[in-house]
Design a protein around this ligand. Structure first.
Ligand SMILES: [Zn+2]
Length: 243
C-alpha cells in the first residue's frame, strides 16, 4: 500500500475551485482512494498495492472550516486537522508571518460532527528543537487536555511544527504509548515499514496547477518546497510562520 498524506494550511475562498480540482485529479486521474487518517493509519501495515490518500491541515486557519470543509463534505472526503489550541484561544493563526483569523470552537465542533478528525500540533506551535524535551512533552499534554476539554475528544495523532524533530523526540515517542503517530512536512509516500513517528507528508498549496500536481505525485515538489523552506525552518519559532 502506498499512503500519500497531503499537508495543507489554508484554502482561501478564491482557491476553492482549484482545491476541488486537485482532489478530483488525485482521485479520478491518479487513482487514489481517499481515506480518513485513522482508517488509513490502521490499515497501512496490511500491505497490498492500493493507492491511499489522506488530506490533512495544520495549525487551524479559519479557511479550513469556512472554505475547505465545504469542498471536503461535498466530495465525501474526511480530513485530519492538526490543531494548535493556543491559536484558537488567541483567535489568531499565522501563515508566512501574516496574522490571520483562526477557526473557533463552534466551527471545530462542526468539523468533528461532519466526521473529520483532530490531531495535535503542540499547544503553541513550539519548535521541538528549540525547547527542552520536558517543555515539548508539556506542550503535547496541554494540547491534549484543551482539545479534550473543549471538544470532548482525545487526539492520538500529532504533527511536528515545521516538521522539526530529532533523535530525542523520536526516542521519547517510541517510549510512550499514548501518541500513535507523528507527521513530518517532508517526504513522499508511506508504506508498511514507515516509522509511525516519522510519517511523510507532501506539503500542498491550494493554488497549484496541474503541472505542479504532477510533480507532487512524482516527489519533486515536496523536496523543492522543503529545500525552499530550509532557511525558514531555522528561523526562531517566535516569528511564527507556517508549517
Ligand atoms: Zn504548523
Amino acid at each position: 500500500m502506498k499512503w500519500n498524506i497531503l499537508c495543507y494550511h489554508t484554502v482561501d475562498p478564491e482557491q476553492a475551485d482549484v482545491f476541488l480540482r486537485q482532489l478530483r485529479w488525485f482521485r479520478e486521474t491518479e487513482g487514489y482512494k481517499f481515506q480518513p487518517f485513522q482508517k488509513a493509519f490502521m490499515s497501512r501495515s496490511l500491505g497490498g498495492h492500493g493507492k491511499i490518500m489522506t488530506v490533512t491541515f495544520d495549525d487551524g486557519d479559519w479557511t479550513a472550516s469556512a472554505v475547505a470543509q465545504k469542498v471536503l463534505d461535498n466530495e465525501g472526503i474526511h480530513a485530519m486537522l492538526y490543531l494548535t489550541p493556543d491559536y484558537v484561544l488567541q483567535k489568531k493563526c499565522y501563515q508566512a508571518q501574516i496574522v490571520r483569523p483562526s477557526l473557533n470552537w463552534d466551527e471545530l465542533g462542526r468539523w468533528i460532527e461532519a466526521g473529520h478528525e483532530i490531531g495535535s500540533h503542540t499547544n503553541t506551535h513550539i519548535n521541538p528543537l528549540q525547547c527542552e524535551i520536558n517543555t515539548f512533552i508539556d506542550e503535547l499534554e496541554q494540547s491534549r487536555s484543551i482539545i479534550q476539554t473543549r471538544l470532548g475528544i482525545t487526539p492520538h495523532h500529532f504533527a511536528y511544527p515545521w516538521g522539526q524533530h530529532n533523535e530525542q523526540t523520536l526516542q521519547w515517542f517510541h517510549g510512550q504509548s499514548y501518541w500513535k503517530s507523528a507527521a513530518l512536512v517532508q517526504g513522499r509516500f508511506n508504506r508498511a515499514p514507515t516509522d509511525p513517528f516519522l510519517l511523510r507528508r507532501n506539503v500542498m498549496s491550494a493554488d497549484w496547477d496541474l503541472q505542479a500536481m504532477h510533480r507532487v505525485v512524482r516527489g519533486r515538489i515536496a523536496r523543492w518546497v522543503y529545500q525552499g523552506k530550509a532557511s525558514i525552518f531555522r528561523m526562531n519559532s517566535k516569528e511564527r510562520i507556517s508549517c
